[in-house]
Design a protein around this ligand. Structure first.
Ligand code: HEM
Length: 440
């Protein structure tokens, strides 16, 4: 079995069969497919789930780094199969990249860190980060969340009270994840907008509106470099003067006498800048829109907020399902739900499809805040790469919605402007009416 090395420069295996496989009639590779929102996309995914759960697909239509002779990929759409792939990291590896796009090795190293590593390297680096999440550190982050959420909503209230329009993304959902990320890494306030903007740029590669005519690959490299430069500056400062933050822990952490290098810490910061900020922001935005569209659900939650918010958050996560897919590459032959997967085959897990799988979810198309059990795979299908920040994300969502409930119970969201991307289901802007006058 091939195991990619720590520096991600191994070449992925190939096979001759892939180029000869016929493509499925239901095409989930086209730009048009990904430009639709989740409801329309799921009509296709539903057919695939029912008829051809492991389908061979054309290469993605608009790749950032198009590959010559790219034969295509397996689309995995059923919940159980996504879990199976996720929990077999020895066969389905991440070291050759986890996006549709086959990103250059240097970019994997600079931006993906342990998300694009396999064992033993993955556990080594994730272990260092895990170690850096010391109990006092997490407690401090948790304590910050509630007061920051309170202030963010209060600031939006003041703006609304002054008669200014509110955008839920710009004024509310964007702030808490950025502030928490900034806190964790000890990024000074004045640098936070720069890091947040760079994180947005890294994800923007597939959206022609956000790119505004610029070259996506170039934008990604520049944004990543910018975060590395900030990381280098902060790492040097922490070596001189240790502080109470995750970055200091990373600089000091050791496992078996090994320390992380500066570029490795920089890559962790890039990974967290994207993983921690965009995902939670978009989930909150889709949740407030759903509470507007399904007022009976909102009423149910508002009636006993503290008693019901935990199950509500699980449904916010399933409903939003903001990470659209992650890829693995097979390094061994494997029978996956009736299909013979060969070494070198790309295997793409479609999380939103798994989250609407009728085999697992009763009335999967219903937004049901009381849903129990709710075995969503929004944080991944389990295994090595299961989202490290899942508890933090839930904590941020809980605080944010608690403050909305307390300070703006009558709020309503308008129609969102969605990001066009095949990787992240995102909201660019969401008109928002706090309805302060209707408060009791
Ligand atoms: C609603 C919010 C979030 C969603 C939907 C989400 C989703 C995901 C998904 C799907 C994965 C990949 C799982 C896999 O491949 O099996 C992942 C990995 C990861 N997430 Fe999150 N995430 C969220 C919030 C966060 C936050 C707040 C942080 C930071 C504190 C974070 C840090 C990470 C990291 C570091 C990884 C890589 C884990 C590994 O490779 O071992 N995420 N996340």
């Amino acid at each position: 079995m091939t195991t990619p090395s720590f520096d991600n420069t191994d070449v992925a295996p190939t096979n001759d069969v892939a180029a000869t496989r016929p493509y499925d009639d239901l095409n989930v590779s086209s730009d048009a497919f990904w430009e639709q929102d989740v409801e329309k996309r799921d009509l296709i995914f539903k057919q695939l789930r029912e008829q051809r759960p492991i389908s061979w697909q054309r290469p993605i239509e608009t790749a950032l780094h198009p590959q010559q002779n790219d034969p295509g990929f397996w689309a995995v759409v059923r919940h159980a199969d996504i879990v199976e792939v996720s929990k077999n990291p020895d066969v389905f590896v991440s070291g050759y990249g986890v996006m549709f796009d086959v990103l250059p090795p240097v970019f994997l190293q600079m931006a993906m860190s342990f998300l694009a590593m396999d064992n033993p390297q993955h556990d080594k680096v994730r272990g260092l980060v895990g170690k850096a999440f010391t109990r006092p550190q997490i407690r401090r982050i948790d304590d910050d969340i509630a007061s920051r959420a309170r202030r963010i909503i209060a600031t939006a209230r003041e703006k609304a009270a002054a008669g200014e329009p509110i955008d839920f993304v710009a004024d509310i959902s964007r702030h808490l994840p950025i502030e928490m990320f900034g806190d964790m890494f000890g990024v000074p306030e004045e640098l936070r907008p720069t890091v947040a903007h760079a994180a947005d740029e890294i994800v923007a590669w597939a959206d022609p509106v956000l790119l505004a005519g610029r070259d996506g690959a170039q934008v990604q490299v520049e944004a990543t470099t910018q975060i590395h430069q900030i990381a280098a500056q902060l790492i040097a400062e922490r070596r001189e003067a240790p502080a109470e933050d995750l970055l200091t822990n990373l600089v000091q952490a050791e496992v078996d006498g090994e320390k992380l290098t500066d570029p490795e810490i920089g890559a962790i910061m890039v990974l967290f800048a994207v993983a921690a900020t965009d995902t939670t922001r978009h989930t909150a935005s889709f949740a407030v829109k759903a509470l507007t569209d399904f007022p009976d659900q909102r009423e149910w939650l508002w009636e006993d907020f503290e008693g019901r918010i935990d199950s509500a958050i699980e449904e916010f996560l399933r409903w939003g399902s903001v990470v659209l897919n992650f890829r693995r590459t097979a390094v061994a032959e494997y029978e996956l739900n009736g299909q013979h997967v060969l070494p070198g085959d790309k295997v793409v897990m479609m999380y939103p499809s798994g989250n609407r799988d009728a085999e697992v979810f009763d009335r999967p198309d219903a937004f049901d805040l009381a849903r129990k059990p709710n075995a969503h795979i929004t944080f991944g299908g389990g295994g090595l790469h299961f989202c490290l920040g899942n508890q933090l994300a839930k904590s941020m969502l809980r605080s944010l919605f608690r403050e909305l409930h307390q300070q703006m119970p009558g709020c309503v969201a308008g129609e969102p402007t969605l990001m066009k991307t095949n990787f992240m289901r995102g909201v660019v802007s969401l008109p928002f009416e706090p309805n302060l006058v209707s408060q009791p």
